[in-house]
Design a protein around this ligand. Structure first.
Ligand SMILES: Nc1ncnc2c1ncn2[C@@H]1O[C@H](COP(=O)(O)OP(=O)(O)OP(=O)(O)O)[C@@H](O)[C@H]1O
Length: 309
């Protein structure tokens, strides 16, 4: 486990470049004299599902913003499928949490998916990709694959949280990305919908071979799907299978303070006497915090990629 060693994950269904879905070399992100994480060197192969964990402020969302090309690294490099990250790249798909859309938003679900469609991977000229029957067919296919056909023509502002997240997964996958970034996509969903969306993202990465970086405060919501955990803490990081990273010894070393990891049935519970270490809060508290803290980030990223907010 740990620095850079990667277990082999699912064999992707589609053929992908032999380059890893994500490669970081000496990646460091600082704001002023505060370093969020440093010297991160790792590779995530195609098709892997990686949960990104860490306390509030440990730099999870900032990592996604780096990979979306919205924030430069302070040092080091980041490559997606062998190419340096760049803003607007179709190699990266993005699923935000559900807070970003206004209830008055009248864009139809199928149009949101279509905005994510570029067409180049299917050999379609851009104009045909955007206006032709082939694009309509592809959008229908995507909507069907996420179980969203029934509300394809509904304005996105009127969809329920679970419905909206299905559409967003389809939009994020439309351009067949190598890397799917998910920023707490289960926040503010009830447990049944959380499971549905987590299962859906898992099924889609198996189908398409995209690697998934899934930021979450509750690893239990996705634990059954996770190949590796990337844990950020106090400027440091660990990457490895859950059974190696999510241990009392592993997290105590990472935090430099005592942390207990308790397994209750199939759930992992991280306990610490030191305030601010685990960042594990009740779901509602966290959703409220995140909405207040990151609504603008998420909306910005969505605006840039899909032209909606
Ligand atoms: N552009 C910026 N300039 C200065 N500081 C920033 C900037 N963006 C983020 N930060 C700070 O960096 C820290 C990490 O933020 P980030 O949103 O990446 O954390 P996070 O791990 O996603 O946290 P949370 O779990 O609360 O969502 C925070 O303290 C935040 O205020």
């Amino acid at each position: 486990m740990m620095t850079g060693e990667v277990e082999s994950g699912e064999v992707p269904v589609t053929s992908r470049t032999p380059a890893p879905a994500l490669r970081l070399q000496g990646a460091t992100l600082s704001f002023g004299d505060r370093t969020l994480w440093s010297d991160m060197s790792l590779e995530i192969p195609a098709g892997q599902f990686v949960a990104v964990l860490g306390a509030n402020g440990s730099g999870k969302t900032s990592m996604l913003r780096v990979l979306l090309g919205l924030l430069p690294l302070t040092a080091g490099s980041a490559e997606v499928a062998g190419r340096p990250v760049r803003r607007g790249s179709t190699r990266v798909g993005y699923v935000p949490q559900r807070v970003a859309l206004e209830s008055g938003n009248l864009i139809k679900a199928r149009d949101l998916v279509r905005m994510g469609l570029d067409g180049h991977r299917w050999g379609l000229p851009l104009s045909v990709g955007r206006t032709g029957r082939a694009a309509r067919h592809r959008v229908d296919e995507l909507l069907t694959s996420v179980g969203a056909s029934a509300f394809a023509d509904m304005p996105v502002g009127r969809l329920s949280g679970g419905e909206l997240q299905r559409v967003r997964v389809a939009a994020a996958l439309a351009a067949d990305p190598d890397l799917l970034l998910c920023d707490e996509p289960l926040a503010a969903l009830d447990l049944r919908r959380q499971r549905e969306i987590a299962d859906l993202i898992d099924a889609q990465r198996r189908r398409t071979g995209a690697a998934v970086l899934f930021v979450t405060h509750d690893v239990n919501a996705v634990l059954e799907h996770v190949d590796q955990v990337l844990y950020l803490a106090g400027g440091r990081w660990r990457l490895g299978p859950p059974d190696e990273v999510l241990t009392s010894a592993g997290l105590t070393e990472l935090y430099g303070a005592p942390v207990d990891v308790v397994r209750v049935q199939d759930r992992v519970i991280v306990v610490s006497a030191t305030e601010g270490i685990t960042g594990h809060q009740s779901h509602d508290d966290h959703a409220a915090h995140h909405a207040a803290h990151h609504g603008a980030h998420d909306a910005d990223a969505l605006d840039e990629r899909f032209g909606v907010g």
